[in-house]
Each structure stands twice: as C-alpha cells, then as structure tokens.
Write a protein that binds this ligand. Structure first.
Ligand SMILES: Cc1cc2nc3c(=O)[nH]c(=O)nc-3n(C[C@H](O)[C@H](O)[C@H](O)COP(=O)(O)OP(=O)(O)OC[C@H]3O[C@@H](n4cnc5c(N)ncnc54)[C@H](O)[C@@H]3O)c2cc1C
Length: 395
C-alpha cells in the first residue's frame, strides 16, 4: 500500500488549498471528499479580497462577478449605497470548490471524491485512515472537513466549537433583475444578533440570514421566509436549496492530535470570524499554513506544532471580531445609524474585508471617530423597491 506524505480530508477552501500547496511542493497527497464533485455547500459565496489574496493562482474561471456596490438597509426601510472598489467577488461554491480541487489534482494530488473518512488511528510513524473506499496510510492527516468535522470529533470528542448559524436559500434570478450581478444587499436590521443578505449570482439570488452564537434560531426558517416575503421584489420567485449550517467562530482545542500527526484547518478547527460570519478567508489561510507546517515537518526542520504558532494572528483577529460583533449587533440600530451610514466609518468596516485593517484597529478607529459620525458625510440614499411592512400592509 502506498504511503502518502499527507492525507487531506475535505474539498472546501481549506482542504483544497492545503492539498494544492503540498502537491505543488512535491509532496504525495491524497485529497478525500465525501461527496461527488461538484457539490453544493450552504454559503453566501461572498469571497472577500482578503480571502482572494490567499489563493496563489487565478480563480477567474470560478468567479461570477466582482462586487462593485453594496446596498445597506435596516429592516428594509431606506436603502443607502456604498460604492466599492476592491472588497471581493461573488462565487458559487459548487464551482469554486470543484475548480480548486481540480487545481490540486493538476498540481499532482490524488483526488478521491465520493470517499468519506470514517475513522483514523495514529502511531508514532503513520496515520491510517479508514474510508468508504478502503484504507489509506499517510504520514500526516489534515482534517479540513468542515463544521461537522469527523476528524475533530475523533480527536476532541463531542465537544462542539462556539458557533454562529447561517441559513440560505437560492431564488431564481430574472433576465431584467432589479439586482445587478455586481451589487449585493445587506440588511442590518433583519432580526436579532445578525443580518440578512442578498447576493446575486449568475443564475440565482443567494438570500440568507446570519445569527451570532447565543442568538435564538428557533423559527429561523420562518424568519428567512418573512425576510423574503417583506421584500416585494423577492416575492413569488422559485426557491431551491434551503439549508442552515453552523459557522464555528472560536478555535477548538486540540488543533493538533496528542500524537502530533493530525491537525485541523478551516471550519473543522473553528476558524470563521464572527462579525460577517466570513469563513473562507481563514479557511484558506489555515489551509496554506497547514501546508507550510507539514512541509517543514516532512523535511524534519520543525514539529507539526509550529502550525499553532502560525495560526496566532488568526486567533487574535477572531477574538477581536467576536468583540466587535457583540458590540455592533448588541445595538444594531445604533451601529447602523452611526457607523454603517457614515462614509468614513463604513469604510473601516469594509476594509476588514480587504485585509487592509485589523479588527482591533477598526474598533479603536470607530470609537475615536464616534463624535464625527453625528456630523460627517453620510452615504447616499437610493430609490429601491419598497419593502412590505405592517404599516404598508394595513394601508
Ligand atoms: C449560510 C452560510 C453562508 C455563508 N456565507 C459565507 C460567505 O459569504 N463568505 C464566507 O467567506 N464564508 C461564508 N460562510 C462560511 C463558509 O461557508 C465556511 O466558513 C467555509 O466553507 C469553511 O471552509 P472549509 O474548507 O473549512 O470547510 P467546508 O467548506 O465546509 O468544506 C468541508 C468539506 O469536507 C467534506 N467532508 C465533511 N466530512 C467529510 C468526511 N468525513 N470525509 C470526507 N469529506 C468530508 C464536506 O463535504 C466539504 O466538502 C457561510 C456559511 C453559511 C452556513
């Protein structure tokens, strides 16, 4: 039986990039994915500039459109617009993930789709993996198998990482749609402890709600239904793919197995940030960092534990993003009126997506600029489709 240098589990952003980086450096890599590709994943498909920067090859083929404008609203009342230069792009996950898995294969990784990891055992020299397609042996195992990670459960038991939740549905998009492919809408008043989004894709609108950890998600589907029904332009559209999924926003311990040959990356490690619920940037970063640590380990120059040190900047950002999220969404109307609608402070929040500003700097700058938010220039209002409210219903 061949011994792989690394077995990577999961064809999401974390696993794909990790496998591609390892194979590009000459390692023998097996990449396992339990579904056949392309497969769908509940996600908004907003890939930030910060996330894009982590990918060392062009993904233009898998991009629907760059985002050039964000429409901001609070409970669908007035709509304000913020032109964007470089915040990110819209993708469909089934395309992005299949494209990146192909890049890993092109780099030399053996990709086994439809192959589910069931268990693993570790000895001082190897990790043996049992899957739905048989047994494989590797020198290292990477668990990049998402929020419900099997590898994490085998390592850490049933303890679950602190998680936010996202729910999304895909609505049909019409030829003359009011939503242009290059703009997206964020509703910061769409329910408690989070926001709602409308992200246009080439062939549908991705509509969803995000909720911070600790916020009740009872009746979450109904809330999404109400969000859709309240917007006249969304009503009556055909829907597919309703799905809710956790977004883990606190790193889980241990990230590396006691035997030192198994590590976790991306959602499996609990690495999404809490403010936007953005998980792909840290998934990609951790996938790349895992590959770097593994290459050093294989070369005998560092233990796999160096991975934990590499992750430190991510841990810091995550801690600060949880703080910012609870401050902002604790008083969302204040946050919207003071910070989101002010041109200068809204820039700060958008720079979080480009990687141009840390969460800590964003919080400090926003606090210093608070007095200015009463007098500074505000975002322009745009005419948008009226939203159905209780008052308009009664009228
Ligand atoms: C509704 C919603 C909207 C979101 N919107 C955004 C957004 O707009 N932008 C953003 O950046 N983030 C968003 N996120 C978060 C983002 O989707 C995740 O953080 C990101 O996908 C994590 O990537 P990953 O590679 O760690 O894991 P995943 O993308 O979850 O990939 C894990 C892979 O492992 C496979 N797998 C699982 N178990 C096994 C097994 N036993 N054997 C083999 N394979 C297995 C899975 O099938 C999957 O393909 C959203 C999340 C949700 C729920």
């Amino acid at each position: 039986m061949p011994v792989f240098d690394a077995i990577v589990t999961g064809c999401g952003p974390a696993g794909n990039l990790c496998a591609e980086r390892l194979a590009s450096a000459g390692a023998r890599v097996l990449l396992l994915e339990r579904h056949l590709l392309p497969r769908n994943k509940p996600c908004g498909g907003g890939l930030s500039r910060n996330a894009l920067k982590q990918i060392p090859f062009s993904i233009d083929e898998a991009v629907d459109a760059p985002v050039q404008r964000v429409l901001l609203t609070f409970s669908g009342k007035k709509t304000y617009h913020k032109p964007l230069e470089d915040a990110g792009v819209m993708v469909r996950r089934e395309r992005l993930d299949a494209f990146m898995a192909q890049r890993a294969a092109d780099a030399g990784a053996l990709v086994r789709a439809g192959c589910r990891l069931d268990s693993f055992t570790e000895n001082p020299r190897y990790v043996t993996v049992e899957t739905s397609q048989g047994r494989f042996v590797g020198r290292v195992l990477v668990g990049a198998d998402g929020a419900h990670s099997r590898v994490r459960r085998l390592m850490a038991g049933t303890r679950r990482p602190l998680s936010a939740v996202g729910i999304r549905v895909q609505l049909e998009r019409t030829a003359e749609d009011v939503y242009k492919g290059t703009e997206c809408l964020l509703d910061l008043g769409a329910g408690p402890g989070g926001y709602g989004w409308i992200f246009p894709k080439v062939d549908h609108l991705n509509v969803g709600l995000y909720r911070l950890p600790g916020t009740s998600v009872r009746g979450f589907r109904q809330e999404l239904e109400s969000f859709i029904e309240s917007r006249t332009e969304l009503r009556g559209r055909k829907r597919i793919g309703l799905a809710a999924h956790p977004i883990p926003v606190e790193p889980i311990q241990p990230l590396i197995s006691p035997g030192g040959r198994v590590l976790l990356a991306g959602d499996a490690a609990g690495l999404a940030e809490a403010f936007y619920g953005e998980g792909m940037a840290h998934a990609l970063m951790s996938g790349r960092m895992a590959a770097e640590s593994i290459l050093e380990f294989l070369a005998g120059t560092a233990p796999l534990a160096s991975y934990r040190n590499r992750l430190r900047p991510i841990f810091r950002e995550m801690r600060d993003s949880r703080r910012l999220a609870s401050l902002f969404f604790g008083t969302p109307h204040f946050g919207f009126q003071r910070f989101a609608r002010n041109r200068l402070t809204s820039d700060l929040f958008l720079r979080l997506l480009t990687g141009g500003l840390s969460y800590r700097s964003c919080m400090i700058s926003a606090a210093l600029l608070l007095p200015w938010t009463w007098v500074g220039p505000r975002l322009g209002e745009v005419e948008f489709v009226p939203v159905r409210t209780r008052e308009t219903d009664g009228a």
